[in-house]
Design a protein around this ligand. Structure first.
Ligand code: NAD
Ligand code: UDP
Length: 319
């Protein structure tokens, strides 16, 4: 049985990756310090003999007993309000944390896949974004802590590949959604769905003309799994190219949730990218991957998940 370490295991994507790798017959070690994650996301794996959990902050030295075949490095705050609230931890997990994981991969001769992001393109001047675009990031803006940590993460990963011959993979993840997103993490989908369920108006930032392209979590996990097993070393975009303005998206959610809520407009956060859409030609070519779940289907599953939360969870406000 192959052994895989998943950092950020108690988070949204990390917990889905734990499920997928267990399903593929791997022995999974999940690691997390719960800074933005939730124990509940892993509860169903507590008694699984092919799963173990280690509570640890990966910015400190990471120790694993025995051999290790793969590392999926997903630990990092991922939503703008999280990384604005904990900027130093965000920079540390992307830099020191990634360095620790690369060192571990080298010691264990394991293959490591790191979670990068469409944010490395910043507010992009090339549209849709191809992997050869270098990006447009404001290093000193409030989002810079995340974007630059992820850009450093890519650089140090390629340096370990070139200098130490480490087997590395880099996925550039575009906005992904699905069950187990945190209701109060401030990202647009939980924000709109939570507002609809609480009977509040939907808050569109700016005039809502900015665009995003949303990928359902199962498609994202499939792309990541294929990349892990592929021979492709340079970064690969994984996302759903179906682009929509945030205003149109709010209207879609109002329809889906059958609420009578209105849209209200709030200030656009600083450096909020105006447009984002992945070019996925490379993923099609090297991974034979395309997303399969349309927005209507994916949003319905996600809304069913948020509807299943208790009133206490729904009305608890962390921010
Ligand atoms: P999440 O916040 O749900 O999960 C991140 C997990 O990492 C949390 O459980 C958190 O507790 C853990 N973590 C953070 N710092 C840690 C540390 N120092 N030590 C140990 N654990 C730590 O976020 P997510 O959406 O699941 O994102 C996971 C990864 O995917 C992140 O690296 C993120 O940058 C990347 N990503 C996600 C998206 C998306 O749309 N969800 C888009 C681009 C990139
Ligand atoms: N957004 C919004 N209302 C909200 C939350 C977010 O209009 O209540 C906007 C946000 O300004 C951005 C888009 O939705 O333009 C996506 O935001 P999210 O935080 O989900 O992800 P990111 O900006 O990192 O793509």
């Amino acid at each position: 049985m192959k052994k895989v370490l998943i950092t950020g295991a108690a988070g949204f994507l990390g917990s889905h990756l734990c499920d997928r790798l267990i399903k593929e017959n791997y022995y999974v070690i999940g690691m997390d310090n719960f800074i933005t994650g939730d124990k509940k996301n892993l509860e169903h794996l507590n008694k699984n003999p092919n799963f173990e959990f280690i509570e640890h902050d990966i910015t400190e030295f990471v120790k694993i007993e025995g051999g290790l075949d793969y590392i999926l490095h997903f630990a990092s705050p991922a939503s703008p309000i999280d990384y604005l609230k904990i900027p130093i931890q965000t920079l540390k997990v992307g830099s020191l944390g990634t360095h620790n994981l690369l060192g571990l991969a080298k010691a264990k001769k394991a293959r490591i896949l790191i979670a990068s992001t469409s944010e490395i393109y910043g507010d992009p001047l090339v549209h849709p974004q191809t992997e050869d675009y270098y990006g447009n990031v404001n290093t000193i803006g409030p989002r810079g802590v995340y974007d630059e940590a992820k850009r450093f993460q890519e650089s140090i990963t390629m340096a370990y590949h070139r200098f130490h011959g480490l087997e590395t993979r880099i996925v550039r993840i575009f906005n992904t959604y699905g069950p187990r997103m945190r209701l109060n993490d401030g990202r647009v989908i939980p924000a709109f769905m939570g507002q609809a369920l609480r009977g509040e108006d939907l808050t569109v930032f700016g005039d809502g003309s900015q665009t995003r392209s949303f990928c359902y979590v199962d498609d994202q996990v499939e792309g990541i799994y294929r990349l892990l097993l592929s021979d492709y070393v340079e970064p690969v975009n994984i996302g759903n190219p179906h682009e929509i303005t945030i205003k149109d998206f709010a209207e879609e959610i109002i329809k889906l949730t059958e609420t009578n809520q209105k849209i209200i407009y709030k200030n656009l956060p600083i450096n909020d990218p105006l447009q984002r859409q992945p070019n996925i030609s490379l993923a099609k070519k090297v991974l034979d991957w395309t997303p399969k779940v349309g927005r209507e289907e994916g949003m319905k599953i996600t809304f069913d998940y948020f509807k299943s939360l208790t009133d206490e969870e729904l009305f608890k406000s962390e921010h």
